[in-house]
Design a protein around this ligand. Structure first.
Ligand SMILES: Cc1ncc(COP(=O)(O)O)c(C=O)c1O
Length: 463
């Protein structure tokens, strides 16, 4: 084991890292990044990596974009902070809300700004509860999420998240949050069930869940168009249409969590448009500012806005909001990012690059380690398995997916391992065709090295 650098020692002694094994990282230390340009980031030794995950699914415009830098600097010089509390306002927030209303794939009356995807989804829950109180149906409060969903880590959004690590020993989920089945055909379809039959069954199970709980107690359903952190799970094409019919039948408010899929990731402006999902509201974040500064937003339909007005008349205020809701610097960066997406036709470009990206991804599905290659647009994952024929997973203790990610880093590629041994890719939308080839060449080499290691250490054997 090589001794840790001075910077690494300072890190280990001072930082708590999110989503990190805090015990093993005391020995391994951190990978310290220093700068970025285009789709590349560089570590503190100057080694370049293709950022194959857009950071955390967010830097759609890549690194070092001078237009975004300038938008932030100009806004900081002009008005570095202003809030929206107590009827105060400012130009960037107004303009961004207008722009999001135009872009939104759902009828939108107003926009509420937050700073993170978690806050956006927390806000969604609070708005639904608040609305149903205003509408005189105080029992209609339960929220249905899905197993393997990822909606954030605050107390309420972590409750929506359907992944064990986000709940275990955190005393979550809170009451009133339910989890429906995960639409992952490869893992959860019954023998011989087609994608469409699987979707029909999931919709029927959702209806049964609502009936069992009592339709008068179920308020909302939230879903990512393509599930991200749960393993990049693309639902059957008919899934959202069928699930949507169930929600409408029981007057269940539908929320699309567009935190990853929003702004072009699937080759459409919003992910719901790609999957026939017609929600009542969307949550956006990440690519809204290309990750340059934190910002998120929630869209509010007119019917909900009317309910909020009723409450304001009764209570005297709308008692929700963050210091940095609609932060002018974040709003200025978001406006610039949206301008660039439109000007450079990046959504169309993502759609054009999709066949090459998905072909290279799916070609790796032939690899001996890969049980399933899956994706849509410029996002994908490879699920690593110990036995392709039986879909048997590796023993989690063998650390095969984390090992593959380490080999990829050695090859100069940042990817992530997700639950279920999925290795994910989600590069900046500005990636070029030549860079897509280079990304998958590096990923292929990393998989070959992983396979050599798995065979050497006999990690695929049944224990
Ligand atoms: C779909 C989705 N929703 C919500 C979140 C939470 O966002 P944040 O980490 O900004 O709170 C994420 C984060 O990855 C996400 O992928």
């Amino acid at each position: 084991m090589t001794p840790l650098s001075n910077l690494a020692v300072r890190d280990v002694e001072t930082l708590i890292h999110p989503y990190t094994n805090l015990a093993t990282m005391r020995e391994s230390g951190p990978l310290v990044l220093e700068r970025g340009k285009g789709i590349f980031v560089y570590d503190s030794n100057g080694k370049p990596y293709i950022e194959g995950m857009s950071g955390l699914w967010c830097t759609a415009l890549g690194y070092g974009n001078e237009e975004l830098v300038e938008a932030a600097a100009a806004q900081m010089r002009k008005l570095s902070f202003a809030h929206l509390f107590s009827a105060k306002s400012h130009d960037p927030a107004i303009e961004l809300a207008e722009r999001l209303k135009e872009l939104a794939p759902v009828p939108t009356s107003k926009v509420f700004f937050c700073n993170s995807g978690s806050e956006a989804n927390d806000t969604q829950i609070k708005l639904v509860w608040y609305m149903n109180n205003a509408l005189g149906r105080p029992a209609k409060k339960k929220i249905i999420s899905r197993l393997k969903a990822y909606h954030g880590v605050t107390v309420a959004s972590a409750s929506l998240t359907g992944l064990p690590a986000n709940q275990r020993d955190f005393d979550l989920p809170i009451a009133g949050i339910l989890h429906a089945g995960c639409p992952h055909h490869y893992r959860f379809a019954q023998a011989g069930e087609s994608e469409d039959e699987f979707a029909t069954r999931l919709a029927a199970e959702l209806a049964q869940m609502i009936e069992r709980e009592g339709p008068d107690t179920v308020a909302a359903f939230i879903a990512e168009p393509v599930m991200g952190a749960g393993g990049v799970i693309v639902p059957p094409q008919s899934y959202f249409e069928k699930v949507g019919q169930v929600c409408r039948r029981y007057d269940v408010y539908m929320i699309a969590d567009e935190v990853i899929c929003g702004f072009g990731r699937l080759g459409t402006t919003f992910g719901c448009q790609s999957l026939g999902f017609a929600p009542d509201s969307i949550s956006v974040a990440k690519a809204l500012t290309s990750g340059y500064v934190p910002m998120a937003a929630v869209t509010v339909p007119e019917s909900m806005y009317q309910a909020l007005l009723v409450e304001s008349r009764k209570i005297g205020t709308f008692g929700h909001g963050f210091t940095y809701s609609g932060h002018p610097v974040a709003a200025a960066v978001a406006l610039k990012a949206l301008e660039i997406y439109a000007r450079d036709r990046l959504v169309e470009a993502a759609a054009q690059k999709t066949p090459q990206f998905q072909a290279r991804l799916h070609a790796l599905g032939q690899h001996a380690l890969v049980g399933e290659a899956r994706g849509r647009g410029l996002i994908g994952a490879l699920e690593l398995v110990a036995d392709k024929a039986t879909k048997r997973s590796f023993d989690p203790k063998s650390g095969v997916a984390p090992g593959a990610v380490r080999f990829a880093e050695e090859e100069g590629l940042m990817v992530r391992f997700l639950v279920g041994d999925a290795v994910s890719v989600c590069p900046p939308l500005v990636i070029t065709p030549a860079e897509i080839d280079e990304l998958f060449d590096r990923l292929g080499r990393a998989l070959d090295r992983t396979l050599d290691w798995v065979r050497r250490e006999r990690l695929a054997e049944e224990t």
